[in-house]
Design a protein around this ligand. Sequence first.
Ligand SMILES: *[C@@H]1O[C@H](CO)[C@@H](O)[C@H](O)[C@H]1NC(C)=O
Ligand SMILES: *[C@@H]1O[C@H](CO)[C@@H](O)[C@H](O)[C@H]1NC(C)=O
Ligand SMILES: *[C@@H]1O[C@H](CO)[C@@H](O)[C@H](O)[C@H]1NC(C)=O
Ligand SMILES: *[C@@H]1O[C@H](CO)[C@@H](O)[C@H](O)[C@H]1NC(C)=O
Length: 592
Amino acid sequence: MATKVKLTLQEWTEGWTKWDIALYVGAPVALGLAGVWFYKRNKAKSGQGEDVDSKQAPSSVGTVEDKPAETPLEKAQAAKGKGNKYFKGGKYAQAVNCYTEAINLCPSDQVTDLSTFYQNRAAAMEYMSNYDGVIQDCTKAIELNKRYTKALSRRAKAYQQVGKLRDSLEDITTACILEGFSNQTNLQLADQVLKDLGKNCAKESFKNKKPSLPSKFFIKNYFSGFSADPISAMKLKTNLTDGKTGEVDGISSSTTEDLNNANTPNHTGLSNGVTEHSPFAQAIENLKQEEYDQIMSLCSEEIGLTNSKNLDMALLLRGTFYLMCGQLDQAQADFETLASSTDVDKKIKVNAIIKQSSILLQKEKIAEAFENFDQAIQVDSQNSDIYHHRAHQYLLVDKFEQALNDFDQSIKLNPSFPTSYVQRAHAVHKTGIVYQKLSALEEASKLFAEVIQKFPNYSDGYLMYAQSLADQGKFDDGFKYFNKAAELEPDNPNIYVHKGLLLVQWKSQLEEGCKLVKKAIQVDPKCEYAYEVLGTIDVQRGNMVNALESFNTAISLSRSEGEMAHLHSLLNAAQVQVTVAHNLGIDIPSVG
Ligand SMILES: *[C@@H]1O[C@H](CO)[C@@H](O)[C@H](O)[C@H]1NC(C)=O
Ligand SMILES: *[C@@H]1O[C@H](CO)[C@@H](O)[C@H](O)[C@H]1NC(C)=O
Ligand SMILES: *[C@@H]1O[C@H](CO)[C@@H](O)[C@H](O)[C@H]1NC(C)=O
Ligand SMILES: *[C@@H]1O[C@H](CO)[C@@H](O)[C@H](O)[C@H]1NC(C)=O
């Protein structure tokens, strides 16, 4: 969604200084997009908690002792030493034999040594890709030493290999908690497992999801992501019910000017014969009245007519609604009809191709998604929406340079579309976050300030500026601009969510933050992001039951598999952390 300014969880949690948020929202916080606050976060964490490593078994494949062996324990240790030599030499089968010998020789009350021998044998078997063996031996090692992080992380990796992701997550979460989230390797594994597990769960949820219309805000927001959506143009520029002629040429929206009349062909999607009561005319009328329920069926009716005069526009409108409802295959079919037809107005065609591309992206066909844009450029290289949306997609896959180039091109072709400016500034901001470059953050601030000067009535400008300020710790100013955004667009739920988050970050006001997020839900009961954030705040407050409920609601409202995957990751992280805390006998701390 082009104008969606929602930040990822990683982005906003980076501002949180309490290390224990990692415990609750899951490991992704701590890695991947390392933010500007990352160092601070680590610093806040260091020195906290006990050093688990020093208490546990000495690390596995370490020193080799060559003293003469006397007692059974010494003999076992000598066998281990031999095993370690083989291990270092890459002779894993021999190493396994030595460790087995060590295990057999070791007195059963020497639990620390014994657990090390099992762990070492597991390490050797890991190299031999014997994952079942790894799991068995690590299980033994963990039975003997519950806080043995090395064995836990090794078993987690083995579970991952054999596809037991839930078990893997539990182990790696335990290891992370025991280490106070200090081991990057383990955090990365946790992140990966959470992602993969989330994806699996999302596949299921998405398949079982019943199509439903998104909120009015969502729909409005979706259309505002295009400067030249033929549907918006029709809504604004025609009066279909009086039987007058509709025009696609001169497409414009409140924020855009006429683009490129000179290049527009004579053939328009909306013919000169919109009859007063055609199903399509009714669909457009409903669109104006924000009554969306019947639009798809009216379009289908129109498309079924033998001599429809508005076939192309009806296909575009229906496809767009299918897309917003998450019915991707149906949407794809409608867009494909338009994209492959030779005699479709090029604005309609380009719009269909861009939307098709977003479907491909959702289906993770990334290369194809980008190829689609080349196709669109061939149809009409002067359509700024192509570059704007391609830039947005580049941003989603962290290709900043390409994104910035495309935003530039989009602005050049259409200097009056504020969304491109604000997204461009956001792209600069994101590079600052990802590469921890303060200069980029400052440049972004300057760009945002320019946007709000140029478009003083454009609420997203204030919203994004506010978030950028908050990310730099300038909470006072951020707060001010969130208020300004809310003044301009009181029905935008995202503003309240962001403002709520700011209060949580700034003043640890969880209660106040929650209130604002709940206001977002009042404004838009289908705001999935609000439920996501509510769940995360509840995790902070230790209200795990509520948190799980919120995450589940968010999943049910979510419209894309990718978002569902992210939400399932949160849900899984929360669930597993509750389990692990219980297993370890530790409390669930809550902040504030
Ligand atoms: C982090 O964990 C890995 C196992 O996943 C281990 O090999 C490594 O030694 C640990 N690093 C530190 C600094 O403890
Ligand atoms: C559209 O036409 C109808 C019927 O002629 C008229 O009542 C209505 O006011 C018109 N709407 C606009 C926005 O011009
Ligand atoms: C558009 O087409 C109509 C008939 O199809 C023709 O009379 C008219 O001159 C054309 N206009 C332009 C600008 O080409
Ligand atoms: C912004 O909105 C106000 C009030 O609606 C209006 O008076 C003003 O002209 C608008 N400014 C711009 C630049 O559109």
